[in-house]
Design a protein around this ligand. Structure first.
Ligand SMILES: Cc1cc2nc3c(=O)[nH]c(=O)nc-3n(C[C@H](O)[C@H](O)[C@H](O)COP(=O)(O)OP(=O)(O)OC[C@H]3O[C@@H](n4cnc5c(N)ncnc54)[C@H](O)[C@@H]3O)c2cc1C
Length: 437
C-alpha cells in the first residue's frame, strides 16, 4: 500500500493520486444513500401525541424553538463541540429563542409557563445538549437566583441585560472538596467596611471563564449560614480557569474559580439568601429543567436513528427491516413517551404549587437514567457512525454523562426522594453520622 499524503481539499491519497481515504466530515462519500448529517432529522418521537397536553402558546413556542435550533444551532455545534470552544457568534441566535429569564415576569424576562420553558429547553437539547446547558446555567440558575432571592434594585440592574444575553451569568455552588456534599461548602464571606470579602475556591462552574455576572454562594463567617453574592467579571482577586479535556458538553466552558480577597459591595449581596434552604427553591425549579434535558437528548437521538435505519442498507435491506433493530427503536420510543409524561406531570405539580423536592429529584434521576439507555441503544444502532460526533448520537451519548451527574447525581437525587418517602435521611454513612452525634 502506498503511503498517505494530503491531497487537495484535505483528502487522503496514495502516491499515484488515487483516493484511499475520505475528507473529514464528508460523510456523504462514506454513506451515499444517507441524508447529509448536517440536515437535522424530522421530529418523529411524539408517538402518543403528548403535544395535545400543551397549550397553544406552549405549542407555538416549542415550534419556534425547534425551527431556530434545527436551522441556526445544529449546523455549528459539532465543530465547536470538537474544538471544546464556545461559539460566541451564536449568542444573538440563542437570544432569539426568548428563553432567558424563563418564568420571571417583568425586567425584560419572557414570563413563560414552566411547561413552556421545559419543553423549549428539551427542543434545544434535542439538537445540542451543550447549548441547553449554557442556557440553563445562565437562566435557571444565575437569573432565577437573582429573580427569586435578589432585591428590587438588583433585579432591575441585572435581569434586563441577562434576559437579552447582552451579559452572561454563571452560578457557583460546587467546590473542589464539596460536590454532592455542597451544603458543607467552605468559601467564606467576611463582613468588611462597605461590603464583604470572599475567599475560597469553586469548581465546575459553567460559563465562568467569560461570565459577566457570577452568582457566588459562600458561608457567612459570623453566622456560618449560606449567603449569596453577585460578583462582576474582572473583580480584583477573581480568577476562572477553564477545565480541559471533558468528554461531554464540550462546548460549555466549565471553570475552576479562585476567590482571593474579592470585595463585593453591600448592594451586591443577595439579601434573600440566608441559609441553604433559601436556594432550594432555585434548585427545585432548575432540577425540573434539567430533567427535561435527557428528554430532549433522547428525542434527538431517536429522530436520528429513525432516519438512519431507513436509509442505510446491510444484507440487502434497510437496517430498519431487522427485528433486533426495530425492538431497540421501540424501546427507545417507549422510554421517551414515559419520560415526556413524567416531565409534563412534574411541570404541572410545580405550577399548581404541589411539587416537593422529592418529586423534582425523582424526575431528574429517573429521566437521566432512562435516557442513558436510549442513547446507548442509539449509539449501537448507528454502528461505526455511532461514534462520530457528526451523526449527533455519539455527541449526545457523551453529553448525557455530565447531566447524569450534575444538579445532584443520580444517587443524591434518589436519596432526596428516599428521605421524603421514608422519613429517613441516609446521605451520611451510619458510622459517620454516629460519630458526629
Ligand atoms: C459538566 C458539569 C457542569 C457543572 N456545572 C456546575 C455549575 O454551573 N455550578 C455548580 O455549582 N456546579 C456545577 N457542577 C457540579 C456538579 O453539580 C457536581 O459535579 C455534582 O454535584 C457531583 O459532585 P462531584 O462531582 O464532586 O461528585 P462526588 O460528590 O465526589 O460524588 C462521586 C460519586 O459518589 C456518589 N456519592 C456522593 N455522596 C454520596 C452519598 N451520600 N451516598 C451515595 N453516593 C454518594 C455520587 O453519586 C457519585 O457517584 C457541574 C458539574 C459538571 C460535571
Amino acid at each position: 500500500m502506498g503511503s498517505l499524503r494530503g491531497g487537495s481539499g484535505g483528502e487522503g491519497r496514495n502516491e499515484d493520486g488515487g483516493k484511499v481515504g475520505l475528507p473529514a466530515l464528508e460523510v456523504a462519500l462514506a454513506f451515499p444513500q444517507a441524508t447529509p448529517a448536517s440536515l437535522f432529522p424530522p421530529a418523529v418521537s411524539d408517538y402518543y401525541q403528548l403535544d395535545d397536553l400543551l397549550t397553544n402558546e406552549e405549542k407555538a413556542l416549542r415550534k419556534k424553538v425547534r425551527a431556530i435550533s434545527e436551522k441556526e444551532i445544529a449546523p455549528i455545534m459539532t465543530e465547536y463541540w470538537e474544538k471544546a470552544e464556545f461559539p460566541f457568534h451564536a449568542i444573538p441566535k440563542l437570544a432569539t429563542l426568548g428563553l432567558a429569564g424563563s418564568t420571571t415576569k417583568g425586567y425584560g424576562c419572557p414570563g413563560l409557563s414552566l411547561t413552556a420553558s421545559a419543553v423549549s429547553i428539551a427542543e434545544v437539547a434535542r439538537v445540542d445538549a451543550s447549548c441547553s446547558t449554557f442556557i440553563l446555567v445562565h437562566s435557571s440558575l444565575a437569573m432565577s437566583t437573582i429573580a427569586l432571592c435578589g432585591s428590587e434594585a438588583q433585579k432591575q440592574k441585572y435581569l434586563p441585560s441577562l434576559a437579552q444575553f447582552k451579559t452572561v451569568g454563571c452560578w457557583a455552588l460546587t467546590e473542589p472538596d464539596y460536590g454532592s456534599d455542597a451544603s458543607s461548602l467552605k468559601t467564606s464571606a467576611t463582613k468588611v467596611p462597605g461590603g464583604w470579602q470572599l475567599d475560597g475556591q469553586k469548581r465546575w462552574i459553567g460559563n465562568s471563564t467569560f461570565a459577566d455576572v457570577l452568582v457566588i454562594l459562600a458561608r457567612n463567617a459570623d453566622t456560618k449560614q449560606l449567603n449569596g453574592f453577585i460578583v462582576k467579571k474582572g473583580a480584583p482577586g477573581l480568577r476562572a480557569t477553564k477545565i480541559q479535556n471533558k468528554i461531554g458538553l464540550r462546548m460549555v466552558q466549565n471553570g475552576d474559580i479562585l476567590l482571593n480577597k474579592v470585595f463585593v459591595p453591600e448592594e451586591d449581596r443577595l439579601t434573600g439568601i440566608n441559609s441553604f434552604q433559601d436556594i432550594s427553591k432555585v434548585l427545585a425549579m432548575s432540577r425540573i429543567m434539567v430533567a427535561w434535558q435527557p428528554i430532549g437528548i433522547s428525542m434527538g437521538v431517536y429522530d436520528m436513528c429513525h432516519r438512519y435505519l431507513k436509509e442505510r442498507k446491510q444484507f440487502g435491506a434497510p437496517l430498519a427491516a431487522f427485528q433486533l433493530n426495530q425492538e431497540k427503536l421501540v424501546r427507545m420510543l417507549g422510554n421517551i413517551q414515559a419520560m415526556l409524561l413524567v416531565g409534563w406531570r412534574l411541570c404541572k405539580l410545580y405550577e399548581s404549587g404541589k411539587m416537593t423536592p422529592g418529586h423534582a429529584s425523582l424526575g431528574k434521576a429517573w429521566t437521566s437514567s432512562k435516557s442513558r439507555e436510549v442513547v446507548s441503544l442509539g449509539r449501537e444502532l448507528l454502528g461505526g457512525n455511532g461514534i462520530l460526533a457528526d451523526f449527533l448520537v455519539a455527541k449526545a451519548f457523551c453529553d448525557l454523562e455530565p447531566i447524569y451527574s450534575y444538579e445532584g447525581t443520580y444517587d443524591i437525587n434518589s436519596l432526596v426522594t428516599g428521605r421524603e418517602i421514608t422519613g429517613i435521611a441516609s446521605f451520611k454513612p451510619a458510622a459517620v453520622a454516629k460519630s458526629r452525634l
